[in-house]
Design a protein around this ligand. Structure first.
Ligand code: FEO
Length: 399
């Protein structure tokens, strides 16, 4: 049975949610599930904007058949070729063999890679950036957004209604629960953290490309944003646009401290706990502590994008950095985080080396200031090291 929601007069949401998947991209925990959005425009020509993940394909086809009610599907716009959206291309081609695939040349190449069965050349309507396509009452145009999040990504803009089909951009983790519009929920309270975790982990590496997209978007009269995951934005678009501007510029959203620690028997953890108390005594309010062995790195990366100051405290392990901390730091570097103040604590009972190695790794981050003063613990924090923690707290508390 179909489950469709009307977006505007002739635009329909035909997506669905998956609450069973444990790991998005087989990497990121999604305890609240994830939504795969697809949209259909029922103009004189009918248009499908992207498909869905195979997990929800049955629902998607029920919805699509209901909307079309026997009419042909004229166009299938492919904005993004990642399988969480494109998995149903071959099935669409079988069910609607006369459909034209609207895409760019990179997308066509990927379609032929993912779906090796040959489609005739005239199956494709290849477009370039800025081309337009009239569907009757609507005029669509295409905005290329390479690396937001794959190289073939484009966005489609309906000039008639001001609707931007934004691919992965402006999406969020989390299933949709009946409400499909961001203004139908308390987005800031209930979804912003997951939107940030989604953005920073999926697209965070490509801030420069997102900045280029935001510049292109600023020239458009956007009334509505329809992403491929999460909520549709039809009110207060500035809220999510400003968040994207900050995240992609690698600017912290607010002053605050993330303390990520890797501790084997609790002594490094204790130093981190004492530092947190010293920070509180200095008036620091936003202090977020994470045990890297307990919390998935995607959550910590998201917090590192949110806050201004980062502390990494790790034991020495196998003559290197405690393994879960090493993984976190590699992940942070891979996501291209910038513009942060960083402080280090290490521990080692006979040869503490984690601090030196963490510092070497973190040199890979742009515009980050790693404090010269690593606090180095031998087995357990000593009384005479409390003043060093106090000094670190004072330095962090500076505006
Ligand atoms: Fe939701 Fe890059 O795919």
């Amino acid at each position: 049975m179909y489950n469709i929601r009307k977006v505007t007069e002739d635009l329909y949401w035909i997506g669905s949610s998956d609450r069973r998947l444990a790991l998005f991209e087989n990497v990121y925990p999604i305890p609240q599930g994830v939504a795969y959005n697809s949209y259909v425009l029922t103009d004189k020509k009918t248009v499908l904007f992207d498909t869905v993940d195979s997990a929800v394909a049955a629902r998607f086809f029920e919805n699509l058949r209901q909307i079309l009610s026997g009419k042909p599907l004229d166009y299938m716009v492919i904005n993004h070729m990642e399988p969480d959206h494109c998995s149903q291309i071959a099935n669409i081609m079988r069910e609607y063999p006369s459909v034209k695939i609207v895409c760019n040349t990179k997308t066509k190449q990927m379609i032929e890679q993912f779906f090796p069965q040959t489609y005739a050349e005239d199956t494709f309507l290849l477009i370039k950036e800025g081309d337009t396509l009239s569907t009757g009452n609507h005029e669509l145009t295409f905005i290329f957004a390479p690396m937001v999040h794959w190289p073939e990504v484009m966005l489609t803009f309906d000039k008639t209604t001001g609707t931007l089909f934004s691919a992965d951009a402006f999406g969020t983790f989390g299933a949709l629960n009946g409400n499909i519009f961001a203004d139908e929920v308390d987005f800031e309270k209930d979804y912003l953290d997951e939107a940030r975790r989604y953005y920073t982990n999926i697209v965070g590496k490509y801030g420069q490309q997102v900045q280029m997209l935001l510049k292109k978007a600023s020239a458009l009269n956007i009334e509505m944003i329809c992403p491929l995951h999460g909520f549709i934005w039809r009110q207060n678009l500035q809220f999510i646009l400003e968040k994207y501007n900050k995240w992609s510029a690698y600017e912290p959203e607010e002053k605050g401290v993330v303390i990520a620690y890797g501790s084997i028997y609790g002594n490094t953890e204790n130093a981190a706990e004492i530092l947190a108390s010293k920070l509180a005594e200095q008036g620091v309010k936003n202090i977020k502590m994470y045990d890297v062995s307990v919390t998935h790195p995607s959550y910590i990366i998201s917090e590192c994008f949110k806050y201004s100051d980062l502390i990494f405290a790790a034991s020495t392990y196998n003559a290197g950095i405690f393994v879960n901390m090493e993984n976190l730091l590699h992940d942070i570097i891979a996501h291209n985080l910038q513009n942060r103040k960083i402080f280090l604590i290490d521990n080692g009972s006979w040869a503490p080396i984690a601090g030196k190695q963490m510092r070497e790794l973190l040199q890979g981050l742009k515009n980050c200031n790693v404090s010269e003063n690593t606090i180095s613990i031998k087995s357990a924090l000593q009384e005479n090291q409390i003043s060093a923690l106090e000094q670190m707290a004072k330095e962090i508390a500076l505006p």
